[in-house]
Design a protein around this ligand. Structure first.
Ligand code: ADP
Length: 872
């Protein structure tokens, strides 16, 4: 419709919408936030709102609305689906407005920038991540958790972007506009809301200016930037300018950027993060299946968030690991200090996030008071720390800032019963401000004044039932029932008529009312002013609060690790920089918690120069994947500085842990599962080094058996010869056990089963050597297959085994032929060793010394030999 016909309200809306085209505009009208036109339609779709319409000049505008009171709930739902919302509020009092009320967007809420507790999950960070356009082979990444103010900068090779994002778990990505077309097809960028900004926003110059301005510095060197670090700067600059756009009122709690150089922590790729079920179950929605659920005994949400980061960023420097281990050891040994520490932490609220809200001017009076109470726990932490000897614990608590001044300020200024909003009053404590106290006295004198006025007026008028009362709309009044109206004196002025009574005021009452109302208004504005002052004073110390909060969080994580170590009977592993890893009686930290005590069967496992590759066989369900993941998790735990589920462990520090899990175990991703499998395997082959731990759970399952075995075989050879990484390869292809004889660094283990009649009993025990059978039919039987099918399968199996072992046509690695007598009874061999007698004989021949007749005789002899068993 032509804009000329718009009502003034719609004109205002259109103007706002044009500046926030990519957001849903929540447009405040009275007690509602209204959505118009396309926003209304989207809102009704996403939120189930009723779609109506509003008159707009000669036409109608589609409209949907939500009550202002329920704003957070609707925001939460929109943010969850990755939508952004511009909140457009009335910024002047409708009573004073000339014409239409002025409205402005006061806040844009996006998944990566929400601050409200209701919209954040307490135990995980909420990262907004910006990525620069690539330059050469690297990109710059800046990650900001606006709720806590932490800002980290990373420079990573393009190939590792996915891994970096996997560790940050961003809820929103800020990307250069030039990526807009392809971004939706890049798997690494899945799962987060995407916001695009012009590429120039990512340029070095505006970015440097933005950083300098934001942190008030002349040069960026103080942050540890080196020349050539432009990628960091560009990512951070774009991110900060976006944040100013989102929160025009500013944020005071941003921490100085901290640069995460490559090599400080392990690059944990997306596959491994998922396959080892570190923080999320492989099957969404499954509960109790992740490492973090076992490890998180943190008393604070800050601790829980830090723990999550420790899990996703294992250390790679032995010294750093040892330092954490020492701390955990000490807290493990001294259950007294540990419980004192945890007890103290349990009283501490989420200092980081409250500090964030102080900085963003979104803190409620009650929260600010709560911050004071949280700070009151700090001296206790310091005291407990004083009794601890390990270096890390000492350094965390030794110079811990207990922030007494900040706490004093809060406790003297803010009332212990301060409510959630300033409007309720009672925010500033009695005794803090003289004028405020005086005004309150006037207001609180009201009860007495009313009582005496009422007594006087009753006496004067002789109306015994006369009442002086108050209501919000009409203020103070004198109420007289209808029966007594004839006795109302002349100076009573009528104010309101009820069914059974009339309400009046008198000049005296009016005058007094003005005084009380004046005091009331003044109290509220004075309280708001004083609260603002206190908030600003606290905000200026926000860096100190964040520092102490960080230390508290780290103490919390260390104590939690010690607690779990004790509860779950973990031991401190000997972490070293050599090659071998040995675990005695190791357990799977998650699987063991899901079964009754003692029913998990522990296993020993060694990986060293002579057996760096383990080919792990065993029937389905035997426990191969469990052993495999157990080894990965034990290494990962060790590199977090945690204890491990074993009786004893000596573990090499790994530079990377790679995992890949069989196609059928993986979630389909739109690509063919076999393609996914090959991509993942390729990534491992390219990325692994001698110091990596490679965990392969079936390769080549997604294709034909011959294909699959061939690929698996070749990958194993490559890892053995070219990479030399410690590797466990779980497979149900028994053919691969032949590698144990052929390659010196490969050894065979199997998860033992015992056959009892038609059944198979899983022993869950690792044994040397390869498994000889699949027991597929027995497993199918356990799964409740009908007996006719089982019977038929047995028949077919016998037939197939007969054909293969009798046919003499084994698919030899070098085309060699394997006589029937050498074929294992129920194992098909694809790759027979090449020592057939004919081949041997051929090798011995010296053609130079052979006469033509000898040659002919030899040929006949060889032919006869190939008919060895008298077949054909
Ligand atoms: P596979 O990979 O050989 O098919 P899994 O590793 O998936 O077998 O194990 C199947 C099930 O066996 C697991 O879900 C677990 O319940 C149980 N299991 C595995 N290992 C053990 C063990 N060491 N002790 C007790 N139960 C185990």
């Amino acid at each position: 419709m032509p804009k000329g016909e718009d009502t003034p309200l719609m004109r205002q809306w259109r103007e706002v919408k044009s500046r926030h085209a990519d957001a849903l505009v929540f447009f405040r009208v009275g007690d509602f936030y209204e959505l118009f036109y396309q926003d209304a339609e989207e809102g009704s779709r996403l939120l189930g709102l009723t779609l109506t319409s509003r008159n707009n000049g000669s036409s109608k505008a589609p409209l949907a609305g939500v009550p202002a009171k329920a704003l957070d709930e609707y925001l939460g739902r929109l943010v969850k689906v990755g939508r952004r919302v511009a909140i457009c509020d009335q910024v002047e009092d409708p009573a004073e407005a000339k014409g239409i009320v002025r409205r402005e967007v006061t806040e844009t809420v996006t998944p990566g920038t929400v601050l409200s507790d209701a919209l954040l999950s307490a135990r995980r960070n909420n990262f907004l991540v910006s990525i620069t356009p690539s330059e050469g082979s690297d990109v710059g990444i800046a990650a900001l958790d606006l709720s806590t103010g932490e800002l980290t900068l990373h420079q990573v090779p393009i190939a590792e972007v996915g891994a970096a994002l996997g560790r940050l778990e961003p809820s929103e990505l800020l990307l250069p506009r030039s990526w807009e077309d392809e971004a939706s097809s890049i798997a690494e960028l899945e799962g987060a809301a995407k916001t695009f900004r012009d590429d120039w926003v990512f340029d070095a110059e505006p970015a440097t200016d933005e950083l300098r301005r934001r942190f008030g510095v002349q040069s960026l060197e103080g942050f540890g930037f080196q020349s050539g670090d432009t990628l960091f700067v560009r990512a951070a600059g774009a991110l900060l300018s976006y944040v100013s756009e989102i929160r025009p009122a500013g944020v005071e709690h941003l921490q100085q950027p901290s640069i995460v150089r490559r090599g400080a922590s392990m690059v944990l790729d997306e596959m491994t993060r998922r396959n080892l079920e570190l923080v999320e179950p492989l099957r969404p929605g499954a509960e109790g299946g992740t490492l973090i659920e076992v490890l998180d005994r943190c008393e604070t949400a800050m601790g829980a968030r830090l723990l999550r980061r420790w899990i996703l960023n294992p250390l790679v420097e032995a010294e750093a690991i040892w330092a954490r281990q020492d701390a955990v050891t000490e807290l493990h040994a001294s259950s007294e200090s540990r419980s004192a520490l945890r007890q103290t932490l349990s009283g501490m609220l989420d200092l980081e996030r409250v500090a964030g809200r102080v900085g963003a001017a979104r803190v409620s009076p009650r929260e600010l008071r709560g911050l004071g109470a949280g700070l009151a726990c700090l001296p206790g932490l310091k005291e407990i720390g004083g009794e601890l000897g390990s270096e890390l614990l000492g350094s965390l608590t030794g110079d811990l800032d207990t922030l007494d001044d900040v706490r004093d300020l809060i406790e003297t200024a803010i009332d212990a019963d301060a409510g959630a909003t300033l409007q309720d009053g009672g925010v500033i404590r009695k005794g803090y401000h003289a004028e405020l106290d005086e005004l309150r006295q006037i207001r609180d004198g009201a009860q007495d004044t009313i009582a005496s006025l009422q007594a006087r007026e009753r006496e004067r008028t002789g109306i015994g039932s006369l009442k002086v009362g108050f209501n919000k709309v009409f203020g103070y009044y004198i109420e007289v029932t209808k029966a007594n109206l004839d006795r109302v004196p002349d100076d009573f002025v009528r104010k309101q008529t009820l069914t059974n009574a009339e309400r009046y005021f008198t000049p005296e009452l009016k005058e007094w009312e003005e005084k009380v109302f004046g005091a009331e208004d003044r109290i509220l504005s004075l309280e708001a002013e004083l609260f603002g002052d206190v908030r600003r004073a606290v905000a200026s110390e926000v860096g100190r609060i964040q520092d102490s909060a960080r230390r508290a969080a780290e103490l919390d994580v260390l104590a939690s690790l010690a607690q779990v170590a004790e509860r779950q009977r973990y031991v401190r592993p000997e972490v070293h920089t050599g090659f071998e890893s040995r675990v005695r009686a190791g357990r799977h930290p998650v699987v063991e918690t899901m079964m009754p005590t003692e029913s998990f069967i522990p296993n020993d496992l060694e990986l060293d120069e002579d057996g760096r590759i383990v080919v792990l066989t065993g029937p389905n369900m035997a426990g191969k994947s469990t052993v495999l993941r157990q080894v990965g998790l034990i290494h990962l735990l060790a590199q977090m500085g945690a204890f491990v589920p074993a009786d004893e462990a000596k573990l090499a520090v790994c530079d990377r842990i790679f995992t890949r899990v069989g196609a059928s175990d993986n979630l389909a991703r739109g690509q063919s599962t076999f393609m996914v499998e090959m991509n993942e395997t390729a990534a491992i082959v390219h990325g692994a080094t001698r110091n990596s731990l490679v965990l392969l759970d079936e390769i080549g399952r997604g294709t034909s058996t011959y294909d699959g075995v061939s690929i698996a075989w070749a990958v194993t050879e490559h890892v053995h010869e070219r990479i030399g990484a410690k590797t466990i390869f779980a497979t149900h292809y028994h053919e691969l056990t032949q590698l144990g004889d052929l390659l010196p660094g490969v050894k065979n283990l199997n998860v033992a089963v015992r056959e009892v009649g038609d059944d198979v009993v899983f022993l869950r025990r690792l044994e040397e050597g390869g498994a000889d059978r699949s027991y597929g039919i027995q497993v199918a039987r356990l799964a409740g297959f009908p007996s006719e099918i089982l019977e038929r399968a047995r028949e077919l199996l016998a037939e197939l085994e007969g054909t293969h072992s009798g046919g003499g046509e084994g698919l030899g690695r070098h085309g060699s032929h394997r006589p029937r007598s050498e074929a294992p009874p129920d194992q098909l061999s694809f790759f027979a060793a090449s020592d057939h007698p004919v081949v041997k004989r051929l090798r011995e021949i010296d053609p130079d010394r052979l006469t033509p007749l000898d040659a002919l005789n030899l040929l006949v002899e060889l032919r006869d030999q190939t008919r060895g068993g008298g077949e054909d």
